[in-house]
Design a protein around this ligand. Sequence first.
Ligand code: PBG
Length: 306
Amino acid sequence: MVQETTISPSKLCLPLFVCDGKNIQSQHKSVPGILTFSVDRLIKYLKEIETLSIPAILLFGVAKKKDARGSEALNKNAPVVRAISEVRSKFPDLIIGTDIALDPYTDHGHDGLFDGKKILNDETVEVLTEMSLLHAKAGAHILAPSDMMDGRVLAIREALEENGFEDRSILAYTAKYASCLYGPFRDTLSSKVVGDKKAYQMDPANRREALRELKLDLEEGADMVMVKPASWYLDIISDFKRESHAPIAAYQVSGECAMIEIGAKNGLFDRNRAILESATSIFRSGADLLVSYFAIDIAQLLRRHL
Ligand code: PBG
């Protein structure tokens, strides 16, 4: 009765990866919750988990073909684009979010265009705007730019408005840190970064800078703001809660899930308790919704606890 934080499946968003081909379903070796599907198997899987009542998914494209410009990001027939329209027609009540960034598609692994020395911010924003329109046309409800380029939220918002997509939401990756915790995610995309992402992602030492990012993204038209990673950045989530009325998403990233999986596997603690405690802590700090590879586990555990 006096418990302050309760978690519910209705606050969860499940990230899923979509690749080319047929009849493919694979999982990350250390984090089994990182799942990659061909479009046909994705549809089957969503049918299987329908009863868990997870309201939203976040789709990422996986590409074999990579080049310097990340051209595959604008391919109208890319697996992730096909996935969006199939899911939209087969699961009308499921909220479809898609990640907007170039890193699955670039051979240098950066989220934006890279001239070998620096990231080309404004040129990248143009490509990301195109990519957002492509996903919006396919039926995505939520566009989630994860690239951290300056000015991209405004550019995407204006393009959506001008093209008749004023009903779509932007979930900005607002405080995304240049973290070591993205390792298993990058394995999944076979993404190797040339250099690092510190020129556009945030310094883990900075707290006030996140508030500047928050102000900018909201002014530019973000509907929801994200903090990423989650567990090591609970102070940032709590700052966002205090400073804004926008819904706050927290992304429990691949490395956070890996730590729990590996610790539990080594008998250091109980896996289920760790999953629920980590999720509870993220919500306690102020998150309104949680993006996690444990979304299925959390929904199943909550059901068992009822
Ligand atoms: C990049 C992106 C990353 C993640 C989501 N979008 C990795 C990165 O910034 O290098 C990481 C998610 C995770 O680790 O689970 N567009």
